[in-house]
Design a binder for this molecule. Structure first.
Ligand code: PMV
Length: 271
């Protein structure tokens, strides 16, 4: 039986998270970590839960396919794992659908996860590269960072939906965050992080990591929806002295990933 295999990348938001939900720009880049969905069309008794079950039901495919899902993207940590899952599932289950229809279905699945989603995650997962995204439209953006260190501040207890809901009343900060994304450079990471802290999406473990990176001469920020009850997901850390950053990470035994930025978007693989 022929399988359809689709691979979709994760992402990091370099600037503009949360403000992007309210129509301000964001800068976002694909990373070289992926989620892969393999679909074999046959009557199936496989049981699923969560977003996979929601997506299968939504696409009218429950009990009609066998699925194999592999991922090296940490879940719920700001790296776009839900957008990668939604995209790879729609593309693998409905390969013949038109692009607009695929986009519409991915958005339904993303909205289920995110509440009100800006569409930035699903756009970068589809397109790859580095994009300036605003109100559903996007252009290729310069990518001054070719690779990045992501330090794990711990998995948030809150969902993206919880965090988007929590900041809904704080409308005065969004235009200020949006301005950083308008003319983004690496130098703005520190200011962006301060604004995210003011917004109330960064928890204590992440703040502790970020203050130590800053004290050693670097800059760091969360790169997704964040979280305050426990971890805030992955923290993007940049430093003029890579050895010093590496020593700081080793001394503190922080779990981390090294990722390349700006790779390709969703694609069909040959099995
Ligand atoms: O769920 P995450 O961590 O990939 O973050 C999504 C970015 C938000 O701006 C918080 C939400 C959105 O839909 O843009």
């Amino acid at each position: 039986m022929e399988a359809v295999v689709v691979s979709a990348p994760g992402k990091i938001i370099l600037a503009g998270e949360h403000a992007v939900v309210y129509g301000y720009p964001a800068i976002v880049a694909a990373i070289d970590r992926h989620l892969t969905v393999k679909v074999i069309r046959k009557p199936s008794k496989q049981k699923f839960s969560g977003l996979v079950k929601f997506a299968l039901d939504q696409l009218g495919q429950t009990n009609k396919v066998d699925l194999d899902i592999q991922s090296d993207l940490p879940v719920g940590s700001g790296l776009g794992s839900s957008a990668a899952l939604a995209t790879a599932m729609v593309w693998a289950l409905l390969p013949q659908a038109k692009l607009e229809e695929k986009n519409r279905l991915v958005k339904i699945i993303e909205d289920h996860q995110h509440g009100k989603s800006s569409g930035v995650d699903q756009t970068i997962v589809r397109e790859g590269g580095c994009l300036r995204f605003q109100k559903g439209t996007f252009q290729a953006a310069n990518l001054p960072l070719k690779q990045a260190i992501l330090i794990d501040s711990g998995r948030p207890k809150e969902s993206t939906k919880d965090m988007v809901t929590a900041v809904a009343g704080k409308k005065l900060i969004f235009p200020i965050i949006g301005r950083l994304a308008t003319d983004w450079s690496e130098k703005l990471i520190k200011e962006n992080e301060r604004l995210l802290e003011e917004l109330g999406v960064v928890g204590e473990p992440a703040k502790k990591i970020i203050r130590q990176v800053e004290a050693s001469g670097g800059m760091a920020k969360i790169c997704g929806a964040g979280g305050v009850k426990a971890g805030s997901g992955m923290v993007l850390a940049v430093h003029p002295d890579q050895d010093r950053l590496q020593q700081l990470i080793s001394r503190n035994q922080w779990p981390y990933l090294r990722v390349k930025l700006g790779g390709g978007g969703v694609r069909y693989e040959t099995d």
